[in-house]
Design a protein. Structure first.
Length: 87
């Protein structure tokens, strides 16, 4: 009987994708109102809310952010801007 080799899947936590990003979203925390829109529209789930001085603010995990810009385009107060990634 032949043995079949099957590769084991890896988790997304092992597959960091941020290294091939062209643009990176940057959040102005003074403008961010903590509405969570960015967390809802991020296709990769890289935006999370943190508590900063008693207020919810957005934070991006750049290890996995692909730089698609959806968070910036959907932010109602334009607290997120896309900047060219420096390599």
């Amino acid at each position: 009987m032949k043995k079949t080799l099957i590769a084991q899947p890896s988790t997304s936590l092992q597959n960091k994708t941020g290294s091939w990003r062209t643009f990176r979203p940057e959040i102005n925390l003074d403008i961010c109102i903590g509405c969570t829109t960015c967390t809802k529209v991020c296709p990769e789930g890289t935006v999370a809310m943190i508590n900063l001085k008693g207020k919810p603010k957005a934070k991006i995990n750049y290890d996995y952010c692909k730089g698609c810009g959806l968070c910036a385009s959907e932010c109602p107060v334009k607290a997120i801007i896309m900047k060219s990634e420096e390599k």
